[in-house]
Design a protein around this ligand. Structure first.
Ligand code: ATP
Ligand code: MG
Length: 230
């Protein structure tokens, strides 16, 4: 039997203040069904990152609750919560080591075959094979062996290998050439399939393909709907 997709998320009247009396979120109600992809949009300072911070428990709500699959996330350990949530940040994290180590980060038990399968699935295999030592090529944290687009694909391969139920993605704003952009779009589809996802979206293509768009404004939900509805 195919296992049911899980990872339903609810925000119940969530208020959050980094500083007392200045709420960054002012009573957010959200209901995300398992497997849905959510695009968060809104001006700078509207609360997008704060929603993601609460979901990954970098902070807890000042009032209200965040619930995953019926359970208040304050009742599970941070460690088990984080093992179910994959995070791909804007400034893609590459560390000094081989390409293989970078993909395997977070899944140290993964075999070479599994690493390669993940790279193939997001269409990163071909560019990796063109590097001087393929998967054994050493990259530097701040080195420029890899383009922004390639870094993004590597981070997708890493997330895919980790296979979290819930995926959080803070989309890069960096301009990427059209060909890589298309590759990233395709890779994103593969990565999101079967997971619940929250994307701080900057690309129109990502916003278009989301199941639900949430427009934030000064810590409140201003509008929700699909791209067609909005
Ligand atoms: P951006 O598009 O610039 O990333 P955002 O929508 O992610 O913006 P948030 O980072 O969630 O916005 O910020 C929401 C509000 O909370 C803003 O008023 C911001 O100044 C404030 N804020 C964010 N982080 C902190 C912090 N660590 N300490 C104090 N205030 C913060
Ligand atoms: Mg932000």
């Amino acid at each position: 039997p195919i296992p049911a997709i899980t990872g339903g998320i609810r925000f119940n009247q969530v208020v959050f203040e980094y500083e007392k009396g200045r709420p960054a979120l002012k009573g957010i109600d959200l209901d995300v069904r398992p497997g849905q992809s959510i695009a968060l949009v809104g001006h700078t300072g509207s609360g997008k990152s704060t929603i993601i911070n609460l979901l990954s428990r970098f902070y807890d709500p000042s009032r209200g609750s965040v619930v995953i699959d019926g359970q208040d996330i304050r009742e599970v350990t941070v460690q088990s919560l984080r093992s179910q949530i994959g995070v791909v940040l804007q400034d893609t994290f590459i560390f000094s080591g081989t390409i293989r180590d970078n993909i395997r980060f977070g899944r140290l038990d993964a075999t070479d075959e599994e690493v390669e399968a993940a790279a193939r699935a997001v269409d990163a295999h071909d560019f990796i094979m063109k590097l001087p030592a393929a998967y054994n090529t050493e990259v530097e944290e701040r080195g420029n062996v890899l383009s922004m687009g390639q870094r993004q694909l590597l981070s997708f391969a890493r997330a895919l290998l980790a296979n979290p139920r819930i995926l959080i993605l803070d989309e890069a704003t960096a301009s990427i050439d059209t060909e890589t952009e298309l590759k990233i779009q395709e890779a994103l589809k593969v990565l999101l399939k079967g997971r619940t996802s929250f994307i701080v979206a900057h690309r129109l293509s990502t916003i278009r393909s989301a199941d639900k768009i949430i427009v934030l404004d000064h810590g409140e939900i201003k509008e929700t709907g699909t791209h067609r509805e909005l």
